[in-house]
Design a binder for this molecule. Sequence first.
Ligand SMILES: [Zn+2]
Length: 209
Amino acid sequence: MIHIKRIPVTPMETNCFIIRDEATGRCAIIDPGALNKALSAAIEEAGYDSFDYILLTHCHFDHVGGVSRVKQLTGAPVAIHAADAPGLRDPYVNLSGTMGGCKTIYSPADILFTDGQTFRLGETEFTVLHTPGHTPGSCCYCTDGIIFAGDTLFYESIGRTDFPGGDTRQMYDSLERLLALEGDYCVYTGHYERTSLSHERAFNPYINW
Ligand SMILES: [Zn+2]
């Protein structure tokens, strides 16, 4: 079982999540788009040395802007799908140069994920699903009944594919793969409110399911 705390960060209201394995108290932070006051307080409350991972769903500035400072605070390794790791170091690809207002090179990745890879946070096992389309290395982090979907799937919407490396065909393949997962999942999205696979199967206007 994991406990999930959502902390909106950045003017774009990116959803940053602090997740904690209930059994062991081990924590991870997903998409620290900026280190605002709320996120600083939440990290301090969790305990700086309780973080095992900084998990990135993709390399865009509004999801990774706080990564360097969060790494300094926690010492946790930065993990991202291998295909988006170069983007952390490229202001054109991570959009910091074009949309973020300040060309930025972020902390390099320490862990490069591949599709289907599993990892443990305390006693909770996660699976990495590579879901390219929004970016080449967009990925979702899945555990029992829960998906952290980044900018791939939103409440009754989907991620944009018109940024560098975006690919509409891949996006639809990724969405199909997500919706085809057996059973229902709560979907924690990179922006806006959370949703569920069953809701999106029924109501997402971009997907014929
Ligand atoms: Zn994005």
